[in-house]
Write a protein that binds this ligand. Sequence first.
Ligand SMILES: Cc1cc2nc3c(=O)[nH]c(=O)nc-3n(C[C@H](O)[C@H](O)[C@H](O)COP(=O)(O)OP(=O)(O)OC[C@H]3O[C@@H](n4cnc5c(N)ncnc54)[C@H](O)[C@@H]3O)c2cc1C
Length: 408
Amino acid sequence: MGGVSDLAGAYDVVVVGSGGAGMAAAVEACDRGARTLVVTKSALGASNTGRAQGGIQAAVGDDDSWQDHLEDTLAAGHGDGDPALVRRLVEGGPGAIAWLTGLGVAFSRDEGRLRILRCGGARRPRLLQAGERTGADMVKALRAAVRARAIAVRDNTAVTAMRPGASGWRLFLRGPDGDDTVAAGAVVLAAGGGLRGEAERLGEASTNHPDATPEVLEMAIAAGAGTVHLDSWQRHPTGALAPAGLAGYALPETTRSYGATLHNAGGERFVDELAPRDVVADAIIREVAEGRGVTADGGGCGVWLDTPAIDRTHGAGFTAARLAYVTKRYSGAGLDITTDRVLVYPVLHYRNGGLRITPDAATTLPGVYAAGEITGGVHGTNRLMGNSLLDTVVFGRTAGAEAAAAAR
Ligand SMILES: Cc1cc2nc3c(=O)[nH]c(=O)nc-3n(C[C@H](O)[C@H](O)[C@H](O)COP(=O)(O)OP(=O)(O)OC[C@H]3O[C@@H](n4cnc5c(N)ncnc54)[C@H](O)[C@@H]3O)c2cc1C
């Protein structure tokens, strides 16, 4: 349990999920004076957010602007994003970074200036990082913020159903002590996109946390919530194909930002490594389908990611310093990424679509708000790398504030 007891069984705002979106919403709702409960399936903060390595996009560079960020986001999403949602996202970028910094997230700096990388689909350097595991740092800071406030937490508790109540919603819970219900003036759905569950149905690997199953999305739809691009999924281009123990791990986009290149069995490069994600993933899939892939010892076929190119470009020791976590993951599996290329193949990663929301994070159900990967429209049909963590903060905070206001 978190800061306060939930014995009363009735709250102004109940937040479902404790990834970036859920915890940002809870903090904001509480700061607006709402009696707030977070219900989350396992430990507080256990989520896809905690797995994010690459970083968070925000137009904070001298030569950057929210307008450029908006154009890049719409273009990467094939023009399918909702311009009003995208505008809310990108205009909120610098503020989100300032808010996270205030909560204690230490964004990486070089000689005092924020380190900003260019990543796939972005015309400017725009990706900020907190070390190499930005998502884990965000979760740590947000969890501390939740615990420092009078926010009730029901951990190891799943929401199993939601129904309209006399003055809001009633949520049905399954926790360590059995089943019960809780009443909410307003609800924030922040239970993620559930792509791990979809991958399991298909018998495929995915990068997602075991909690990433779509039942909350499905229950909102069953309750009548509108959706957008629900079946648009994204594959991470550089899923680890070998060694077998790394199945489901994805090498972060920053490997390509730092200069790692992709090669087919003939040693040829076949795509701009900094093109949008779906372009890179589709190119790899095509190389393999057309017989130019490399067969892994343990089975499966992929292409080479030339990670030694990073040190060839930036000097010995760069990879060890900047990509220590990836280096460690691979050395643990018996491979030195500074000397050996790695075999990669796209892996299921992200649900682009989801619940339809307004710029104020309202779903089509009265009193129900949503934020993060459970929603659609922000990323069109292909998310720009680094925009999801930003989405969790911008729309998470918005959802919390709006839910608090609605509950009043
Ligand atoms: C390996 C990996 C790397 C990534 N790297 C990046 C990156 O570098 N940059 C970037 O922008 N994005 C990245 N992403 C995507 C990004 O991390 C996620 O899309 C985003 O964090 C989702 O946040 P969320 O709060 O919406 O959902 P999540 O973080 O998935 O949280 C969902 C929460 O809901 C809970 N929940 C689920 N079902 C229930 C239920 N029935 N009852 C109660 N609680 C429930 C879960 O336990 C969890 O706490 C990455 C994703 C992965 C998997």
